[in-house]
Design a protein around this ligand. Structure first.
Ligand code: AGP
Length: 613
């Protein structure tokens, strides 16, 4: 959701904070702001509606001198995007300044209390309410700021990561988290704070991931970690294994395009050291350590949101087919509040790129309460879901900056496929021959993706042709149905064109009423056992003059004859094909968004990591 940055040390804080906010802008770009506190207690707050670039323009010529500061880029929850609702917020007595990522659910009640105490508010935000609540507790209890914060946090419900500074203590930042991520970078005589490691990586590789219900008191030379019970905790320092280049555009116009073209190497990295087709083996320590539990699972429930939920749907087809274990795929947000039935022997697989999605986090906590075993499939190393899962596997796709998930999705498919293959092999639910054939198929995926990307221009032409369409339909059968859903989601996210994904056979039961000569219908029609079925679905659309765009397998002569436009991909086993057939759909959404002049890395109303419920 929002992006948070902080710095205290010998350097000028402003350039570090602004650069950090630019790196975190994919987390929210409704407004941004910075507070700078110099050693004499001089405080300057600058904030502006819109992207970080607008803040940078606004601060030109302003007093930016300070060696401590905090900065925020916002994804609006309470109060529309505006200068007033932008963070940082200042307390009524003008002494305390705070930024916040999350939602204070009981802020309205606290606001009522404060109004009766003579407090007034300049914004509509829950954050300003929490800040004044801290000030009120500090004054009425005559306690220090840390104590006031601890008392306040025991009274609020919801999610938060906050950075709090006090004019009377110009080198100290007090931070706290519950539900929203916080990383602290340890330098020599300086500390960096951020929602994730991307603003920190160029200064230090030594970081501390702050856990829920922890407070941090940070000075240039000191980091003190405590829990809400005021007990001191020894910080656990992790070394980041990420390079700066990974979070740069590397010559591409957009992170999304870079990440689409990175997939041959990210999928290769995901398979490397795990899959060995020659030896006929899959080595995944997280799976191996719990193989008995996994292969004897009564049921596998996969929890996820958005694109990760589509990866989970593909995994349902793959795991049921290979492992003969029933799989249920759940929207994490619905699962959390549905009082789900979890039986002994049930396995939960939680899929998340960011590892910070609040809906998935709270669903995991719910399942854990009911005694479930949690296996996390996550991309961001050290993220909350990775840390609260009992075991897991990283997708090794590297930092994904573009809001629309692309390389993380194919990484998720590759990992979930390897998990299914590994369990099936150990369970003996597939033959040695099938196992080895699928190992080779999976090993060949990076090369096939490379071949697909070489023809990206063909997709660009199709995108230019249909960019003015107002609606799209995406259709697929079997494990290409979730790919139809994902293709539709990508187009919605990136081009703002209304699009729906459907099982192709479902058309006849209603949606076919939408078909006319204006409606582009994308078929994922790769070769599989029921290819002739999808060919008849194409004929049904053709009969109603729908515009057919088909993703086909090289050498298929039938589908192109029914299509207005088609794009051929290399042949692959039907269970592997989804990893390939999504690539042209990622490109279709990208080129359509660019053709419509949309900022494809930061599409409106979205954020990369949804850290509020
Ligand atoms: C996908 O392009 C979107 N960014 C969004 O649907 C995303 O997949 C969803 O928010 C889940 O995020 P996660 O994988 O980080 O949990």
């Amino acid at each position: 959701m929002c992006g948070i940055v902080g710095y205290t040390g010998p350097r000028q804080a402003y350039p570090i904070i602004i650069k950090g906010l630019r790196r975190l802008e994919y987390r929210g770009y409704d407004s941004s702001g910075v507070a700078l506190l110099d050693n004499k207690g001089g405080l300057n707050i600058y904030k502006k509606k819109g992207k970080v670039a607008e803040l940078e323009d606004y601060t030109i010529g302003k007093d930016l001198g300070a060696q401590m500061g905090i900065g925020h880029t916002r994804w609006a929850t309470h109060g529309e995007p505006s200068d007033n609702n932008a963070h940082p917020h200042l307390s009524l007595n003008g002494r305390l300044t705070m930024i916040h990522n999350g939602i204070i659910e009981n802020y309205a009640q606290i606001k009522q209390e404060l109004l009766t105490k003579g407090y007034s508010f300049t914004s509509d935000t829950d954050t300003e309410v929490l800040l004044n609540f801290i000030e009120y507790i500090q004054n009425s209890n005559n306690c220090n700021l840390e104590e006031a914060l601890r008392i306040a946090l025991k009274r609020v419900t919801g999610a938060y990561c906050i950075l709090l500074i006090d004019k009377e203590n110009p080198q100290t930042i007090i931070a706290a988290r519950k539900g929203s991520p916080l990383v602290i970078g340890i330098g020599k005589g300086e500390h960096f704070l951020a929602s994730d490691a991307s603003p920190i990586i160029e200064y230090t590789k030594e970081v501390v991931y702050v856990n829920d219900y922890e407070l941090a008191i940070i000075n240039p030379d000191e980091l003190i970690l405590k829990n809400l019970g005021n007990e001191t905790i020894t910080p656990y320092i992790t070394k980041l294994d990420m390079e700066l280049a990974a979070i740069e555009k590397g010559g591409y116009d957009h992170f999304m395009l870079k990440e689409i073209f990175e997939q041959p190497s990210t999928i290769f990295d995901c398979l490397r050291g795990r899959l060995d087709a020659e030896k006929g083996s899959i080595i995944m320590s997280g799976v191996q350590e719990h193989i008995d539990q996994l292969k004897n699972a009564q049921r596998i429930i996969i929890l996820a949101c958005g694109t990760s939920w589509h990866a989970a749907l593909v995994a349902e087809y793959v795991i049921e087919e290979l492992c003969r274990i029933p799989v249920e795929v759940e929207y994490a947000s619905e699962f959390r509040y549905r009082n789900p039935i979890i039986n002994k022997g049930d396995i939960i697989i939680a899929v998340s790129q960011s590892g910070e999605t609040a809906d998935t986090l709270v669903a995991i906590e719910k399942a854990k309460e009911k005694g479930a075993f949690i296996f996390g499939v996550v991309n961001v190393v050290g993220s909350s879901i990775a840390r609260i899962s009992h075991a897991g596997a990283y997708t090794h796709a590297g930092p994904e900056i573009g809001v629309a998930s692309t390389k993380a999705f194919t990484g998720q498919l590759a990992v979930l496929f390897m998990i299914g293959l590994k369990i099936a092999y150990d369970k003996g639910s597939i033959t040695e021959d099938r196992f080895r054939k699928l190992l080779v198929e999976l090993q060949d995926v990076p090369e096939k993706v490379e071949a697909i990307l070489k023809n990206a221009n063909e997709i660009k032409k199709i995108a230019d042709k249909y960019k003015n369409a107002t609606d799209f339909l995406f259709l697929g059968r079997g494990c290409n149905f979730p790919i139809a859903l994902e293709g539709a989601l990508k187009l919605k996210e990136i081009s703002y064109i209304h699009a729906e994904g459907y099982p192709a056979a479902e058309m006849k039961h209603g949606p076919i009423a939408l078909v006319d000569e204006e409606l582009p219908v994308v078929f994922i029609a790769t070769k599989d056992p029921f290819h002739e079925k999808i060919v008849s679905n194409m004929q049904e659309i053709k009969a109603r003059k729908g515009k057919i765009i088909s993703i086909i397998t090289e050498g298929d002569l039938v589908s192109p004859s029914l299509s207005d436009d088609f794009f051929a991909i290399p042949a692959a086993d039907e269970l592997i094909a989804p990893i390939l057939s999504i690539i042209p759909l990622q490109l279709l959404s990208y080129y359509t968004g660019v053709a419509k002049g949309i900022d494809v890395d930061k599409p409106r109303n979205l954020a990369k990591s949804v850290t509020v419920e």
